[in-house]
Design a binder for this molecule. Structure first.
Ligand code: COA
Length: 259
């Protein structure tokens, strides 16, 4: 059984809940390990038709990587952690069944990247999206620099990644980051209805359609991912990263030197 994940299956629809509500469902190393074990299991599930992912509680889907674990992240760890999470999210992106992200609150950093690896995203009206890594002196490392521009276009992705500003659910809908915005109380009902609709379609057609649509997005992604991961690793060596992470944890504004 998992500590940081809850998995339930209702008939042929799986519901994965990221479960660290006291930390806004931030992705810790333990959570990554559990996610990989979870993937080992669902990749073999022949009855599964659709997977839905949401966050525990009503505040956050996932508020990013666990910033506490960022304090000591050096370049080699930066490369390792990002490679591991990129691989896990790519496994999710290429899962044999569609994955619906039911974004029930903050989807920040790695949380945004998790949502981007899903096939479809729907959001509650209180959801907020952002790539705040730059504010911590690092860059996204879990696929964000590659997937976000493909979904919302280069300019929008640049603005989000360079400023680290959050956008609300309506803006996310406007730029095509989410397919629908739903009142929070109705989010899971709507996610399940969408899951059931897809689950009722011929499974092989759905599987191959997903694969074909995914393929349309591939340029030379391996190089893009490697570059992203190495550059993230590089930012882990900077004084600004140390300052950005400490400033967050000490609840103060960071002072950056470009070093
Ligand atoms: N990693 C670790 N802990 C996190 C976290 C993260 N990414 N995001 C939130 N938390 C923790 C907070 O430190 C706090 O813990 P505490 O109660 O022990 O102090 C708890 O979750 C609640 O968060 P808090 O900041 O008090 O809630 P809020 O409603 O004021 O703000 C956010 C919510 C999501 C806007 C804010 O927590 C935030 O900006 N988080 C970081 C987002 C980020 O930079 N993610 C990218 C990381 S690479």
């Amino acid at each position: 059984m998992f500590k940081t994940l809850i998995y339930e299956k209702k008939e042929n629809i799986g519901l994965l809940t990221i479960n660290r509500p006291e930390k806004m469902n931030a992705i810790s190393n333990e959570l990554t390990t559990e996610l990989k074990k979870f993937l080992d299991k669902v990749e073999k599930d022949k009855d599964l038709r659709v997977l839905v992912i949401t966050g525990a509680g009503n505040k956050a889907f996932v508020a990013g990587a666990d910033i506490k674990e960022l304090i000591d992240r050096d370049a080699s760890q930066g490369r390792e952690v990002t490679q591991e999470r990129q691989e896990a999210f790519s496994r999710l992106e290429n899962l044999q069944v569609p994955v619906i992200a039911a974004v029930n609150g903050y989807a920040l950093g790695g949380g945004l990247e998790l949502a981007l690896a899903c096939s479809v995203r729907i959001a509650s009206d209180n959801a907020q999206f952002g790539a705040p890594e730059v504010k911590l002196g690092i860059i996204p490392g879990d696929g964000g620099t590659q997937r976000l521009p493909r979904l919302v276009g280069l300019g929008r992705a640049m603005e989000m990644i360079l400023t680290g500003d959050f956008i609300d659910a309506q803006e996310a809908f406007r730029i095509g980051l989410v397919n629908k915005v739903i009142p929070q109380k109705k989010l899971m009902e709507e996610a399940m209805a969408l899951a059931q609709k897809i689950a009722a379609r011929p499974p092989l057609a759905v599987r191959y359609a997903k694969e074909a649509v995914n393929r349309s997005q591939e340029g030379d992604r391996a190089s893009g991912f490697a570059l992203e991961s190495y550059l993230h690793a590089l930012t882990c060596t900077t004084e600004d990263k140390k300052e950005g992470v400490s400033a967050f944890l000490e609840k103060r504004k960071g002072k950056f030197k470009g070093k």
